[in-house]
Design a protein around this ligand. Structure first.
Ligand SMILES: Nc1nc2c(c(=O)[nH]1)N[C@H]1C(S)=C(S)[C@@H](COP(=O)(O)OP(=O)(O)OC[C@H]3O[C@@H](n4cnc5c(=O)[nH]c(N)nc54)[C@H](O)[C@@H]3O)O[C@H]1N2
Ligand SMILES: Nc1nc2c(c(=O)[nH]1)N[C@H]1C(S)=C(S)[C@@H](COP(=O)(O)OP(=O)(O)OC[C@H]3O[C@@H](n4cnc5c(=O)[nH]c(N)nc54)[C@H](O)[C@@H]3O)O[C@H]1N2
Ligand code: SF4
Ligand SMILES: [Mo]
Length: 578
């Protein structure tokens, strides 16, 4: 007997899974192409929490739910915070938002992930409609700009085999090594590169004027803005030559081009402007509304689906969350003590909370400090539905096996709604509600009906229907900060803090630190001691510590990106000491 489900993880690919006698396999048909990644290939080997605990003592699930009810009832509604992360990306995770919002508790807003880039896209286009990976398959040239597909989106790789590849990344990643053109750019200088590309494209008469006259008429003003950049000094500083600029333009002019961006470009204070400038270059090339062209970033995974849940609540930022203002904090599908920026601040603030509840699958820094631990059911043992931020498929995730461990999000929300007198529909009602937004296509898969494979065919979603270019920017390459750039990209062996977490700091061998030597990396926020591993794929002004490494966020700031509530994990510079 085999049953179909889908991977629940926060990942571009959103693979479809065939579950056969305890084994997980990738569906042959469609975007999954018959393979999964290491996380799912070894999913069963990661030990989950089996029993609920209260202050270190094992209790039954009934006792745990009663305790949770008491904790919620023990304080004012406004002193209850629901903090939800993205450990499971399926849609029923939000059912708990429904309870907490209906009850009158506080929820969070903003993001630790892609928010700055998304805000930049919305500024220019009026919405964030993504180029799905199926369209990238039709491109002639693919630019990987701050995206590491071998680690974070491996199902894109078979689709780009015959294409010209350009990579822009401070780390010589695997895709950079086989690229036709690779720019080892200095971190956080992509804004200048993107604006210079637009400028030289205009000088070389390479702009798509027909497109611009129809959909982005302010392009001459934008060209003028790009003229504020001092070419030679900026190129020297960002580590790119005039020849490389010319090479990129020669490769992309009059071609079907996909610009595949990741979160790497926008983990900075000016992340909104960076993404907007890359989008502007795409507009200058006329890449919108055409097959095989566009910008593929993290789209809105909920696009085209109306939420059936009540989410009307007071919301506070999930980046610099003042946990200490609350008496009961319910943490679901998240490991804030590792994954939020400025871990020391988070630890101190959560330390002042009377009742910390952790509702998750794995032991981690957050379960270590929680008063009440409630094990969740893994995706195999509950019903759900998911969508992706990189393609338009809706995957159904019915329960494929039975387990007595833990509780599902629906059952937990159902218990709380009943106890506190909030209304909730049946689980089937919500699952059906989601499915109603999808239609089946000839490949047998279901797709979110309202999502387009080629968005912006009839113009943009801004008020004027035109692309809105930025009209000002900070013309200086930031030279005020000293120290090494901190890169905290995604690890091949973990999904943020789930699974096999890395424990090292990666440095260029020319810096003189020995392999295996313990060093202390520090920033204005804090420090972490880690063993050195040499990596000459890095620039010598960069320090690489993967997301999910214990202590990496001791180094990061809880400030927001400009104009939006998004975290900026690579803003702080760091020092290295023996
Ligand atoms: N294996 C694995 N897969 C994952 C995850 C995981 O933890 N592990 N996490 C998932 C999640 S939550 C997300 S959001 C996605 C993110 O997936 P990606 O978007 O691929 O994210 P990152 O690895 O953070 O960054 C991508 C690249 O940006 C580069 N970069 C860093 N700074 C800069 C810069 O200033 N300029 C430029 N041009 N490049 C820069 C990094 O060197 C890196 O190679 O991956 C998802 N998939
Ligand atoms: N330095 C640095 N920090 C980063 C990043 C970075 O690149 N660098 N990346 C940021 C990004 S992009 C993201 S998205 C965040 C991610 O940060 P988080 O959202 O905190 O994600 P995870 O670390 O994956 O932890 C999720 C937890 O969810 C729980 N979980 C898994 N499945 C389920 C389930 O079905 N139900 C319940 N209730 N719980 C479940 C697991 O126990 C796991 O510990 O991290 C951010 N932090
Ligand atoms: S590639 Fe992504 S979606 Fe596919 S199995 Fe791995 S984590 Fe899940
Ligand atoms: Mo993310």
């Amino acid at each position: 007997m085999s049953s179909a489900t889908a991977c629940p993880l926060d990942c571009y690919d959103a693979c479809e899974i065939v579950y056969e006698e305890g084994k997980l396999k990738g569906l042959k048909e469609g975007h999954t192409q018959g393979f999964l990644c290491p996380h799912m290939n070894h999913y069963e080997k990661y030990k989950t929490i089996e029993k609920p605990r209260y202050r270190g003592k094992e209790i039954t699930l009934e006792e745990a739910l009663l305790k949770l009810k008491e904790m919620i009832a023990s304080c004012d509604k406004s002193e209850v915070l629901h903090y939800r992360g993205s450990g499971n990306f399926a849609l029923m995770q939000e059912v708990t938002d429904h309870f907490f919002a209906s009850y009158g508790a506080v929820l969070t807003e903003g993001t630790l992930c892609d928010g700055a880039g998304e805000a930049g896209i919305i500024e220019g286009r009026g919405s964030n409609k993504n180029m799905p990976i199926g369209e990238v398959a039709k491109s002639e040239v693919v630019i990987f700009w701050g995206r590491n597909p071998h680690t974070t989106s491996s199902h894109l790789l078979p689709l780009i085999k015959d294409k010209k590849i350009i990579v822009i990344d401070p780390i010589r990643t695997k895709i950079a090594k086989s690229a036709d053109l690779y720019l080892q750019i200095k971190p956080n200088t992509d804004l200048f590169l993107a604006m210079l590309l637009s400028r030289f494209l205009h000088i070389e008469n390479g702009c798509d004027e027909e497109f611009l006259d129809a959909h982005a008429t302010d392009y001459e003003e934008y060209y003028e803005l790009t003229q504020n950049i001092r070419i030679k000094s900026v190129l020297d500083q960002i580590g790119v030559s005039l020849g490389q600029l010319g090479d990129i333009l020669a490769m992309v002019k009059d071609k079907r081009v996909a610009i595949v961006c990741g979160v790497g470009i926008q983990k900075y204070r000016d992340g909104v402007d960076v993404m907007r400038a890359i989008d502007a270059f795409a507009a200058m090339l006329g890449l919108f509304g055409k097959e095989g062209c566009g910008v593929s970033y993290l789209g809105a995974s909920r696009e085209g689906i109306e939420s059936p849940f009540n989410k009307k609540a007071k919301k506070i930022s999930k980046v610099d969350t003042a946990f200490a203002d609350f008496k009961t904090v319910f943490i679901q599908g998240a490991n804030p003590l590792s994954q939020m920026p400025d871990s020391q601040r988070v630890r101190e603030s959560i330390g002042k909370v009377e009742n910390v509840v952790y509702f998750g699958l794995y032991e981690n820094e957050t379960s270590e400090v929680a008063d009440l631990i409630i094990p969740a059911k893994s995706f195999l043992y509950k019903d759900d539905v998911r969508t992706s931020y990189s393609h338009n498929v809706m995957s159904f995730m019915p329960k494929v096996a039975q387990s007595d461990i833990g509780i599902s999000e629906y059952d937990l929300a159902s218990y709380l709604c009943k106890e506190f007198g909030a209304t909730l529909e049946s689980e089937e009602f919500y699952l059906k509600h989601f499915k109603n937004f999808a239609v089946q296509k000839i490949d047998g898969l279901w797709y979110v009906e309202k999502r387009e494979d080629v968005p912006y065919k009839n113009g943009f979603d801004t008020k004027t229907k035109e692309f809105v270019f930025q009209d000002e920017f900070d013309a200086k390459v930031d030279e005020e900060q000293s120290g090494f750039y901190l890169i905290t990209s995604k690890s091949p062996t973990s999904l943020n803090s789930q699974f096999n977490r890395d424990e090292k700091v990666y440095l260029h061998s020319s810096l003189g630190f020995g392999e295996g030597e313990m060093v202390v990396i520090s920033s204005e926020s804090g420090s972490v001691a880690l063993k050195v591993k040499h990596n000459d794929d890095l620039r010598d002004d960069c320090v690489l510590i993967y997301s999910g490494t214990r202590g990496v966020n001791n180094l990061t700031t809880s400030k927001h990106a400009l104009y939006t509530k998004s975290a900026i994990f690579q803003e702080n510079r760091v020092e290295i000491k023996r």
